[in-house]
Ligand binder design. Sequence first.
Ligand SMILES: *Cc1c(COP(=O)(O)O)cnc(C)c1O
Length: 372
Amino acid sequence: MTSVAAHTRPRGWVDNAIRLIEADSRRSADTHLLRYPLPASWSGGVDIALYLKDESTHITGSLKHRLARSLFLYGLCNGWIGEHTTVVEASSGSTAVSEAYFAALLGLPFVAVMTASTSASKVKLIEAQGGRCHFVDEPGEVYTAAQRIAEETGGHYLDQFTNAERATDWRGNNNIAESIYDQMSAERHPIPTWIVVGAGTGGTSATIGRYVRYRRHETKLCVVDPENSAFFPSYAHGRDVVTGAPSRIEGIGRPRVEPSFLPEIVDRMVSVPDAASIAAAHHVSRVLGRRVGPSTGTNVWGAFGLLAEMVATGVGGSVVTLIADSGDRYADTYYNADWLAGHNLNPGEHADALAEFERSCGWVWSGSSTTS
Ligand SMILES: *Cc1c(COP(=O)(O)O)cnc(C)c1O
């Protein structure tokens, strides 16, 4: 009779893998918190400030660098990723690019599962990091296909939409929230009145919402959401809504409510028209002198509305939002007039609202917003 069972596995490879990820972040600097230049004269004496945390400066070009690092560490520390593990994800976008980078860092094979309609430029970006792309026909098939490939190869499905919220250390450890508060600490309004983010996995919003409560900050969290997304109608109606429609704003908006989205800690949601997101992205790109991605436009559209509300009610303070990725990835799409016309997107419709905001801090847009 034996009463001892042991599964002791040598830890040398995992130890070294963790060291490699740690060394990678030590070689990297924190992302900048940029001040957005608001005209000084217009706010009628109300002292407001807008900041953009520039997540495009991560080595892999987007805030998904943080997520990929967290998912790999989570998988390694749970014993799910080892020396011979094929790492799999359902993603055609920035997540796959960042995860391919970490897989290459650890010398592991990486497979990204996506629909056959994915643009060639994105496939190239993933392959340039050493990843392999696997194509399916329908958007709904990507999750089961990723799961199946992981099973067949004895690999690990990272599953960003489930694991984003739990893989990140919400109490600190230099997460995005801790970094924002640290970088704000010597500003005129160090505790932001609002932080504004979009939701793809929902992980970023979960991390910020939890951190704000944990540190007992007064900051409110606003989530901006594009057309077609299930997050806004579900939040507004208090029950899960499935739209089944793909988002047109890359990185945010989902056809179903993802498990990593935590609506209870979101103070307000704003539904932003896709053309308005793109108009705002173009606007910010002109102001900053460099291109930002479309989800940054959604963020800034939401931030402008909140700033206008603060001015209208005479409440000074700061608003923080994100540059989630660079517009350089989208030269052929959101920054291409033919592509926009072909997709029935007319950012010109929203130019007046942005111009009026810059002139008077008035907000002449009255779209959908809802408060918890
Ligand atoms: C993923 C992503 C987001 C949203 O972040 P989540 O933490 O997944 O909710 C926003 N913008 C871009 C460009 C993204 O890739």
